[in-house]
Ligand binder design. Structure first.
Ligand code: XMP
Length: 305
């Protein structure tokens, strides 16, 4: 991308050309990619676009309220409360790829209903360049690529940021005037907190991961990581008062990266790590242990699943 303003002008013009007088729909995830794609499309075709935000129950703390608020200027915005349906669908599912599949399918079901109701002919997606590369390499099934177009009979797919890297998408977000909480927000996986709890996805584990992620984001902000989060990786023994308890083990990860393809574990100060530990164990009495992940990518991936 050479010039941001030129990119925005070209992108909106080509979206307008592609959609014409038809109706389009986009799944807003709260991430910077879909937010930029939605804003570009909204600038291009206005209320011909229906942005749909599905609350899967797997989102970050305060995210649903934040999205509803940030995009309230789009009158056509739909917020779908699908939390119970996602947790029901995920019951008993432990395999990471199976989780992604179940989430992807449930998402399609939710979205399909909305697409039919709005009679959308076009699907706008926030796919970026690294998504396409990883999907083509079949490293991990990204639920935000593919799937939807096969199920709903769209006339066309609109991917305004398909050739951009993450840092370029952020540049466009800033130029579009998207609030910094969106523009600077760190990447978050499509399947959400489901891939930050190892094993079965339960509301309890997701709540532990959500609170812990919030603490980690908050405490690491001044160290400017590319991505920082927490994951519930199992159970272990701890002591609470005079009792031995079997509580959750939360792993904290903070990495530096340009595009997520490779990453370096960040060397955080001890007092930051200790504050994170004390806030996480303090918030949730069922957390017995907090560990810090020092592994780079490769050999590890950024997320745990
Ligand atoms: P990994 O864990 O593969 O992650 O090193 C690389 C980057 O991609 C994000 N990620 C995902 N994003 N759907 C997404 O939209 C997914 O299924 C998914 N899995 C990982 C991850 O957060 C990191 O930024």
């Amino acid at each position: 991308m050479v010039n941001v303003d030129e990119f925005i002008e070209d992108a909106t013009e080509s979206i307008r050309d592609q959609i014409g007088d038809e109706h389009a729909i986009i799944a807003l995830s709260g991430g910077v990619d879909s937010s930029v794609a939605a804003t570009l499309a909204y600038e291009a075709v206005g209320e011909q676009l229906t942005p749909v935000y599905v609350d899967t129950g797997l989102m970050r703390k305060g995210e649903t309220e934040q999205i509803a608020d940030t995009f309230s200027f789009m009158e056509s915005l739909r917020v779908v409360d699908a939390r119970d349906r996602f947790f029901d669908a995920l019951e008993g599912v432990v395999d990471p790829e199976e989780k992604r599949k179940v989430i992807g399918e449930q998402f399609i079901r939710e979205f399909e209903r909305e697409a039919k109701e709005t009679d959308a002919q076009y699907l706008v997606q926030g796919t970026i360049y690294p998504d396409r590369i990883e999907s083509e390499g079949n490293i991990k099934s990204h639920h935000n690529v593919g799937g939807l177009p096969d199920v709903v009979d769209f006339e066309g797919i609109v991917e305004p940021v398909r050739d951009l890297y993450k840092d370029e998408v952020r540049e466009v977000a800033r130029a579009l005037g998207l609030e910094s909480i969106i523009a600077e927000r760190m990447p978050f996986p499509g399947p959400g907190l489901a891939v930050r709890v190892l094993g079965e996805v339960t509301p309890e584990k997701v709540q532990v991961a959500r609170d812990a992620c919030h603490v980690v984001e908050d405490e690491t902000e001044k160290h400017d990581p590319w991505q920082a989060f927490a994951a519930v990786i199992g159970k272990g023994t701890g002591v609470k008062g005079d009792n031995r308890v079997h509580g959750w083990i939360v792993s904290v990860r903070s990495v530096e990266s340009r595009d997520g393809m490779t990453a370096r574990a960040q060397e955080l100060p001890w007092d930051t790590l200790q504050r994170i530990q004390s806030r996480i164990t303090g918030t949730n009495e069922n957390v017995a242990r907090v560990v810090y992940d020092v592994t780079h990518k490769p050999p590890a991936t950024i997320e745990y699943e």
